[in-house]
Write a protein that binds this ligand. Structure first.
Ligand code: CAA
Length: 380
């Protein structure tokens, strides 16, 4: 068993940490208040290779491993979880799928600009009546000659407003259920593709979330990813990797909450001493640190398994399940340790709580992660 990071992994983590501190932190509070998308930051992340971290350089990416990806997302999410999810969706849900199932022509046309950060992607699976029960896709793609005509509505789409490429799941054969779902790569300019009003969210406010509708949207057959009927498999396998990204995002929030709580406990005095001397505070900090480390180990194990060609669906689900719960718990405890100061914007921990909650919901709720884990451990 090897617990050391390579020199390259450490260098990537340090680069992400420095970038987060210097370029992301100064504007994070204001962007949260104004719900402003971080255009300049996303552009710079692309220049650093962080928008296509695991894509080989021949297709515009940085060619890093998944462990480096986890380290980078954690560092960035420690400072701003909104930037973490923008990055995770582009890397894990969009670039991964095109690299894994795309033709060379699709990689040239879609992957290169997405992986190099010139363009941004979003993942369209959820619908008003198909969230956790993702097999129930109502969006349809009907073949007409060399084209598919897409009709339907997707919702809760991260990057929906600002994306250039939409990774869309639609049914090409309703009778076949989930085996009749297919995946399409659709460009923003395509007539019939429309985005709805940006959601006014509790947290991750600097990332954009909206509905995306397809009204007789004509998509050429060369934009079908993989084969007809492969879409649900593509969605599920893509989400396995997505859960590593969101797990790392949650880890960033958990770690930031812990560090804020430690800092405050060492300086705040009560009953004639720093509150860090009180056992009630020490026990909270001990539990926060233990759960954060445990979640980190699970996520790194999932990343390591992915890098080594092993199954990682269960480990990714476990990592996301624990990291997202830990993010919420740590943020709550950080607020409790700060007392009244934790309840106001100035001390950041209130944002950590608002940002943490969504990690238990998107890319599979915690209940869905338990389904994925239990099915794996109960299978013959
Ligand atoms: N990895 C690989 N394959 C999987 C899988 C996984 N984690 N989970 C299911 N599958 C496969 C099954 O093996 C099965 O394949 P076959 O048909 O070949 O046998 C197929 O998918 C159907 O699976 P089930 O029979 O288990 O279907 P189900 O309906 O009982 O359960 C589910 C499926 C696991 C609940 C699935 O619907 C699911 O994961 N739902 C959650 C969807 C989700 O995570 N949505 C997030 C939206 S995206 C998002 O949030 C993006 C964003 O913008 C941030």
């Amino acid at each position: 068993m090897e617990f050391n990071f390579t020199e390259e992994q450490i260098a990537i983590r340090d680069t992400a940490r420095e970038f987060a501190q210097n370029e992301i932190a100064p504007s994070a509070v204001e962007r949260d208040i104004k719900a402003e998308f971080p255009y300049d930051i996303v552009k710079k992340l692309g220049e650093f290779g962080f928008m296509g971290m695991m894509v080989p350089p021949e297709w515009g990416g940085a060619g890093f491993d998944t462990i480096s990806y986890v380290l980078a997302i954690e560092e960035i999410s420690k400072v701003d979880a909104s930037v973490g999810v923008i990055m995770s969706v582009n890397n894990s849900l969009v670039c991964f799928g095109i690299e894994r199932w795309g033709t060379d022509e699709q990689k040239e046309r879609f992957l290169k600009p997405l992986a190099s950060g010139q363009k941004l992607g979003c993942f369209c699976l959820s619908e008003p009546e198909a969230g956790s029960d993702a097999t129930q896709q109502k969006t349809e793609a009907v073949k007409e000659g060399d084209y598919y005509i897409l009709n339907g509505i997707k919702n809760w789409i991260t990057n929906g407003k600002n994306a250039d490429v939409y990774f869309v799941h639609a049914s090409t054969n309703k009778e076949l259920g989930h085996k009749g779902i297919s995946t399409f790569l659709v460009e923003k300019e395509t007539p019939g593709l429309e985005t709805g009003v940006k959601e006014d969210k509790l947290g991750i406010r600097s990332s954009d979330t909206c509905t995306v509708s397809f009204n007789n949207c004509r998509v050429h057959k060369s934009q079908l990813l993989g084969e007809e009927g492969m879409g649900f498999k593509i969605a599920m396998e893509t989400l396995n990797g997505g859960r590593i990204g969101i797990g790392a995002q949650a880890l960033g929030i958990a770690q930031a909450s812990l560090e804020a709580a430690v800092r405050y406990a060492k300086t705040r005095k009560a009953f004639g001493q720093p509150i860090a001397n009180l056992q009630a505070i020490q026990f909270k900090l001990a539990d926060m640190a233990t759960n954060t480390d445990a979640a980190r180990m699970l996520i790194l194990e999932a990343a390591w398994r992915k890098d080594n060609g092993m199954n990682y669906a269960k480990e990714a689900a476990m990592g996301k399940l624990l990291a997202s719960r830990t993010a919420v718990n740590n943020a709550l405890e950080a607020i409790q340790i700060h007392g009244g100061y934790g309840y106001v914007r100035e001390y950041l921990v209130e944002r950590y709580l608002r940002d943490a909650k969504i990690t238990e919901i998107y890319e599979g709720t915690s209940e869905i992660q338990r389904i994925v884990i239990s099915r794996d451990i109960l299978k013959d």
